[in-house]
Design a protein around this ligand. Structure first.
Ligand code: NI
Length: 388
């Protein structure tokens, strides 16, 4: 069974929605027009609509008799990037664009809502979760903290992301860790500024900072078990201003740590602290260190991943792939998967006839050919998990 026929019949409509959303991108917690658009459609389809979780979040509920409850999640937000696609439906807002395909995710979930509300070939409850601020700001975390699953209980929850490096007509999912945790850190190195010609009279924070950058590389290569897989990257090093003949008083390093292993990432702050304390003692500098866990590891539950895999096979046949390479990027659907069992599915969105720019590229535009596939997956998933 390929795509659902009734969903193929609304492909044109889903494409219009997608392009309308693409032309009007909004970023983190400011998705008001987008939320209005979604809420209006859900109400038109006859769903119960709730707004205001995490500011601009929208939850649509569709109940048809007794049975379990399933959550389906899409993300609403765009990115602060200047669009360069040249598309007729290109961004009408300078400096903002849908460069990650969340316009497509939203249109597919709306398409599934329209289909399921009309056909109701299931028994139980479907929650359509439209979350704001997936990029950087953790809108998924905020929704969970504001009681998403207390107000709208579900037994399982599923998410989906388009992947332009996978051809249209393919999908993948697998149980276990799929995307990395992410943390950010700042290390302020406090020395004593002075004349560059008399370094012995000051305490040079640049030399100490450079030693820290070098020593931090040993966390991934020498301290953490190599099978745990971890990245510690220093991405900023700020020191000194205009004078090239002065040693500055401070240097500030910032960076990120990522891992697929819960335990490895939670132990990173202690490892960084050990390195910086040792170097501080050796160089005579002081250290101010802060570390923020931002996103947890995204872990797909085995049972729900197996269900999603079989449903994917129904829709794309042999295009369903058990290979689900781990990605070192993070995804805030991980907060929902920490709260309820579920799976995060990848949907091929690569163009068949031209090059597919990567996610977050100013040339990225969601491939509308993927719309009926993703929406059909949602429809069949509900009809499978909530089978009559
Ligand atoms: Ni995304």
């Amino acid at each position: 069974m390929p795509n659902i026929r009734k969903i193929e019949q609304i492909q044109g409509e889903m494409t219009e929605w997608r392009r309308d959303l693409h032309a009007h991108p909004e970023i983190a917690f400011a998705e008001t027009r987008t939320a209005d658009f979604v809420a209006k459609k859900l109400a038109e389809f006859g769903l119960e609509v709730h707004r205001g979780l995490a500011k601009t979040g929208v939850v649509g509920t569709l109940i048809n008799g007794d049975g379990p409850a399933i959550g389906l999640r899409a993300d609403l937000d765009a990115l602060p990037i200047q669009e360069q696609t040249g598309a007729a439906h290109g961004s009408t807002t300078a400096g903002k664009m849908h460069a990650c395909g969340h316009d497509g995710h939203t249109a597919m979930l709306l398409g599934a809502a329209k289909y399921l509300a009309a056909t109701k070939d299931f028994t139980g409850t479907v929650r359509f979760i439209f979350q704001p601020a997936e990029e950087l700001e953790g809108g998924g975390r905020v929704m969970v903290e504001e009681g998403l699953f207390d107000k709208f209980p579900v037994d399982s929850v599923y998410g989906m992301h388009n992947m332009p490096d996978m051809p249209v007509g393919t999908m993948s999912v697998r149980g276990g860790p799929g995307m990395a945790s992410a943390a950010s850190f700042e290390i302020k190195v406090i020395g004593k500024g002075g004349h560059a010609a008399a370094p012995h009279e000051g305490v040079d924070p640049i030399v100490a900072g450079a030693a820290i950058v070098g020593a931090l590389q040993t966390i991934a290569s020498r301290v953490v078990n190599p099978t745990q897989g971890i990245v510690v990257s220093v991405t900023q090093f700020h020191a000194g201003e205009t004078a090239i003949n002065a040693i500055p008083g401070t240097a500030t390093l910032r960076g990120t740590a990522r891992s697929f292993d819960k335990d490895a990432e939670t132990s990173v702050p202690a490892m960084i602290k050990r390195v910086t304390d040792g170097i501080a003692a050796a160089h005579g500098v002081k250290i101010e260190f802060s570390y923020q866990h931002r996103y947890p590891v995204l872990i797909n539950a085995d049972a729900e991943s197996a269900i999603a895999f079989r449903v994917g096979q129904d829709v794309v046949g042999t295009g369903m792939d058990a290979v689900y390479p781990r990605i070192m990027a993070s995804e805030d659907f991980a907060f929902m998967l920490n709260a309820r069992p579920g799976a995060f599915v990848r949907l091929g969105s690569g163009f068949a006839d031209r090059e597919s720019p990567m996610l977050h590229s100013p040339h990225f535009d969601f491939n509308d050919a993927a719309l009926p596939i993703g929406a059909s997956f949602w429809g069949r998933l509900v009809e499978t998990v909530l089978a009559k």
